[in-house]
Design a protein around this ligand. Structure first.
Ligand code: ADP
Ligand code: MG
Length: 301
């Protein structure tokens, strides 16, 4: 078991009023699964991802991640769970703009206290894994969108996390780059990495072995969800479920999304949040490969 959400509720305060955003959500994810969570804009996908990613806590209900009861964890404990056990991939990559691909990928290892030599080695291995061995010393501005996302994926897997958690990983990519990212997720999952991916695109969701739908804060099983993982795989092989997924998408389209879904304050990535920590408390430790530190390079997060 990677994690289990049981009867989760999440409210946001609007003035003094509690606005329910997630309603009675239960979801268990086992080792080696590949789950997509779909839903229209404003349905609560990112709110759910923030909870699964231990970036935010539920209002009510129980959430156990890799044996830990998240509700009772301190911020420090949550931060180490995030760094050690979860690899994050976001729509907008969230790379440090002035650092090379290699430096970006080394970052989680830096937090984990891994020696410089090991960091280098592991980061190179992760970049090779995503097919970017010839771009290690490039900075994000020198990379295409697809390449940037592959750097972000290398950063997400460099620690060998328990879970790869992606929020709209192809949202900012052209079709071809999106396909490459999906191919990479499939390979990683075939290698045993557990993947939970949030998307509103049916074509992307169908790359997963199990699809869940969130509508108006409620989670529903999708076409693949009824069966076991093996069933899902068999189903995928014998009868592509694209039509079904598209039908579902048509249904979700009918649900009026809020005109302007508000993005809450929880948009800071884990990396950025931890970086904040380091900048505030342990700046001298934050050295990059060329011996410089973040502040001198002028990276203001
Ligand atoms: N920090 C917040 N404070 C208040 N409301 C929020 C906050 N974050 C999200 N919401 C509301 O919760 C709902 C779900 O948002 P979100 O999880 O971002 O949806 P999605 O990712 O599916 O587009 C929306 O109605 C949004 O306005
Ligand atoms: Mg979102």
């Amino acid at each position: 078991m990677v994690f289990e959400l049981k009867n989760i509720y999440k409210d946001y305060l609007q003035g003094k009023e509690a606005v329910p955003v997630l309603k009675n959500i239960s979801l268990a994810v086992e080792d080696g699964e590949y789950v997509a969570i779909m839903g229209p804009s404003g349905s609560g996908k990112s709110t759910l991802m923030n909870i699964i990613g231990c970036l935010d806590k539920q209002t009510k209900g129980s959430f156990v991640f890799d044996g830990a009861d998240i509700m009772s964890c301190s911020d420090k404990q949550l931060s180490s769970i995030r760094n050690d056990k979860i690899g994050f991939v976001f729509q907008n990559f969230n790379l440090l703009p002035r650092q090379t691909a290699l430096d970006n990928v080394e970052l989680p290892l830096l937090y984990a206290g891994v020696s410089k030599r090991q960091r280098r080695e592991k980061a190179k291995e992760a970049l090779r894994r995503v097919g970017l061995e010839d771009r290690m010393n490039f900075k994000p501005t020198q990379l295409s969108g697809g390449q940037k996302q592959r750097v972000a994926i290398a950063r997400a897997i460099v620690n060998k996390p328990k879970l790869l958690l992606a929020d709209e990983p192809t949202g900012a990519l052209d079709t071809r780059s999106g396909e490459q990212v999906m191919e990479l997720f499939k390979e990683l999952n075939d290698d045993g990495v557990t993947v939970v991916m949030i998307t509103h695109e049916p074509e992307i969701a169908r790359c997963a072995k199990r699809v869940m739908y969130i509508r108006d804060g409620e989670l529903h099983s999708g076409e693949f969800a009824a069966g076991s993982r093996a069933n899902a795989v068999a189903k995928e092989e014998t009868a592509p479920a694209a039509e079904k997924v598209q039908e579902e998408a048509a249904v979700t389209k009918d649900i009026p999304a809020e005109e302007k879904p508000r993005t809450g304050p929880k948009t800071m990535t884990d990396i950025h949040r931890d970086l904040d920590d380091i900048l505030n408390r342990k700046l001298p430790e934050l050295k990059f490969s060329d011996g410089s530190d973040i502040e001198r390079k002028g990276d203001k997060i």
